[in-house]
Design a protein around this ligand. Structure first.
Ligand code: PMP
Length: 316
């Protein structure tokens, strides 16, 4: 779909996956004026397809677009485009239990600019790919390292929106962590280097004495849709959930730590290393709280239980 700066997005069309043409002076290439989203489609046992809260992705993209001086498709346009793309790629959706179809909506300033300014024209597109587990460990525990030198977000910056530049900012620290055998990086706030924020592509939770805590959303953390869903699921199971500042020291005392995101779903954290000190959680992966939440969330997403939350959108 195409759009000028103040206009409406045109009717979209399906086209075969392949390279796209782009002006070398497009704002997205020169100034990073781009946003993306990520969501998944699961195939149910009865053959129907489920999307998980796609309107939440549409709303997040619209909020991000406001921050990035971009027009964005309406919630309805976004959801309809996702549905049409998924239906056209039905054959790529893995069978139940074998993975999902990852859906990547992309909004870019594709009009030309030379001096720094928002683009005159925009493109919204969606591509898809079948996926399995995000971490090579699968749903086994992941090992994180706390990053002390690099930050992914600063107050007043763009950390709270899903803009492409945020991910360029994490590549170096993530590559260094992987080279040392860690699964990913856990970032600290950049003012005090005391509060945990999030992992390169997922949110983080700790469990202590059955109370679940996660860093509050304050502009430097992506408001994850899985995070929001897990908070609601946990509260519906009677857990106390706190959104607050979580200090790096609390990781030592935590009973369980887990990460959430569309790609990682809910991954238990097996260990966290901070300033050469390693804290481990359990031996065989999931603690009881994260296991319960994982089962509830994935049952909803995969259509294995009744959708009492009305979160899924069924396509056939
Ligand atoms: N934080 C970051 C930086 C992410 O890229 C993601 C993935 N979108 C998340 C958190 C989790 O968000 P969601 O649950 O909406 O996928």
């Amino acid at each position: 779909m195409k759009c000028s700066r103040d206009g409406d997005f045109s009717e979209g069309q399906l086209q075969r996956f392949g390279n796209i043409e782009i002006n070398p002076s497009a704002a997205v290439l020169n100034y990073g004026q781009g946003l993306f989203e990520g969501l998944k489609a699961y195939r149910k046992q009865d053959g129907n397809i489920l999307l998980f809260r796609p309107e939440e992705n549409a709303i997040r993209m619209r909020n991000g677009a406001e921050r990035m001086c971009m027009p964005a498709p309406s919630v309805e346009q976004f959801v309809e485009a996702v549905k049409a793309t998924v239906l056209a790629n039905k054959r790529w959706i893995p069978p139940p239990g074998k993975g999902s179809l990852y859906i990547r909506p992309l909004l870019m300033g594709t009009g030309p600019v030379l001096g720094l300014a928002p683009a005159p024209d925009y493109t919204f597109l969606i591509y898809v790919s079948p996926v399995g587990n995000y971490f090579k460990e699968g749903v086994a525990p992941i090992n994180l390292i706390v990053e002390n030198d690099f930050h992914r977000a600063t107050p007043g910056g763009t950390g709270g929106v899903k803009t492409i530049g945020n991910y360029a900012a994490v590549l170096k620290a993530q590559a260094a962590a992987k080279a040392k055998g860690y699964s990913d990086v856990l970032y600290l706030d950049c003012l005090y280097k005391r509060y945990i924020e999030e992992v390169s592509s997922c949110n983080i939770f700790i469990v202590k004495d059955n109370v679940i805590s996660t860093p509050a959303i304050k502009g430097t953390i992506l408001p994850g849709i899985t995070r929001k869903s897990i908070i609601e699921v946990a509260r519906s199971h009677g857990f106390k959930v706190e959104e607050r500042n979580v200090t790096v020291d609390e990781l030592v005392e935590a009973d369980e730590v887990f990460c959430t995101g569309t790609a990682v779903v809910l991954s238990p954290v097996g260990s966290i290393t901070y300033k050469s000190q390693r804290v481990s959680y359990g031996e065989d992966g999931f603690g009881p709280v994260s296991k319960q939440l994982y089962t509830s969330l994935t049952s909803l997403q995969m259509g294995l239980c009744e959708d009492t939350m009305s979160w899924t959108v069924q396509l056939s």
